[in-house]
Design a protein around this ligand. Structure first.
Ligand SMILES: C[S@@+](CC[C@H](N)C(=O)[O-])C[C@H]1O[C@@H](n2cnc3c(N)ncnc32)[C@H](O)[C@@H]1O
Length: 329
């Protein structure tokens, strides 16, 4: 994480939307950073270095005064789903970035925890013991990404393909895939191959330097919705997603399978520029025209479970996940 400021401030997440809003705040070269913790917490508080102590503040004015934040003028941006406090801060030109969660374990946990350093030092076995409090109890965290990857893994496992092209998918998923298969990966952002079984091609997914009908499987997780919007430094192209999908189909062998995931909504399809497009099911079907559907699944981000098409979100500008497996005949 970038830590350029001498003074660090922290704000709690107020609603999950803020986390996403924070993601798309562009760097603006200001000297103040607001750090947003990953976990929920109540009230506005700041942590001012070098004391490192959290200072609760009850109003924005107090916060700004205490933090000595300069007003840098308004900037025009369509901010959706951002908490009012953070929206005001954003309009004041304060950069927002995500950071580790504020750790506030329950008091019963703390009682035991505070006794333990002494016990640990008595039996340190040569380890130097220092304070680094984390609280990660409860249900193991999961996200929609786990489910997209599971969808892909199940289909790839059943197919046992000889050749796989991956366009933009999750790096960590590829690490697992590479344990079993050779994979050619395409991404507009360059990277080093993470194993000898990975062939990296740095290029735009709209123009693949690859032969027609050369892969058994083409995989693309959470990428299509970004192509052409410039978020990752690719060329701006309103039809980038359609072009990229056509390319994936072009390089797929006959009887080969395209596995992809993207956003889906039952509200009006939209583009949260430059983050992503949010598709209707009809649009996704149109993108896959000419292919035969093997399986489609939807995942509800709100209920954190697979859902039917009829249960996909109707909330404007919001999205769930679509996973599709399509065969080229
Ligand atoms: C949401 S990310 C997928 C996850 C990410 N690769 C990871 O390792 O976690 C979308 C990926 O698509 C890539 N991408 C976006 N537009 C692209 C384009 N036009 N051509 C090729 N890759 C593109 C991005 O660089 C990014 O890596």
């Amino acid at each position: 994480m970038r830590q350029t400021a001498k003074t660090a401030f922290r704000l709690p997440i107020i609603g999950t939307s803020l986390r996403r809003a924070a993601d798309r705040v562009p760097p603006r070269g200001q000297r103040t950073w607001i750090q947003i913790p990953a976990g929920p917490s109540k009230g506005v508080w700041i942590k001012v270095e070098p004391t490192g102590l959290p200072v609760p503040v009850t109003s924005l004015d107090a916060f700004l005064a205490e933090a000595n934040i300069e007003r840098v003028g308004l900037i025009k941006m369509d901010i959706i789903r951002m908490h009012p406090v953070n929206e005001v801060l954003y309009h004041l030109g304060i950069q927002i970035s995500r950071t580790q969660g504020i750790i506030r374990p329950p008091s019963d946990f703390m009682v035991t925890h505070e006794r333990n350093p002494a016990n640990l030092k008595n039996n340190s076995r040569g380890f130097h013991v220092f304070e680094e409090l984390l609280y990660d109890v409860g249900v193991h965290p999961e996200s929609y990404i786990d489910h997209e990857c599971t969808f892909a893994a199940q289909h790839i496992g059943a197919l046992n393909p000889q050749s796989i092209l991956d366009s933009g998918s999750y790096h960590l998923f590829l690490l697992g895939l590479l344990a079993h298969f050779e994979v050619t990966t395409v991404d507009v952002r360059s990277r080093r191959p993470i194993s000898s079984k990975e062939s990296v091609i740095t290029c735009d997914a709209k123009k693949l330097p690859l032969q027609d009908e050369s892969f058994d499987v083409v995989l693309s997780l959470s990428t299509l919705e970004h192509v052409g919007l410039g978020r990752y430094g690719d060329e701006f192209d309103p039809d980038g997603d359609q072009k990229a999908l056509r390319e994936m189909v072009r390089v797929l062998r006959r009887d080969g399978v395209l596995i992809f995931s993207t956003t889906i909504t039952r509200a009006q399809p939209s583009i949260g520029f430059n983050a992503h497009r949010i598709y209707s099911h009809a649009m996704l079907r149109e993108l896959c025209e000419g292919l035969a559907c093997v399986e489609e699944r939807c995942y509800s981000v709100a209920s954190q479970s697979w859902c039917s098409l009829e249960q996909v979100t109707t909330k404007p500008e919001s999205w769930d996940i679509y996973c599709g497996c399509w065969k080229k005949s």
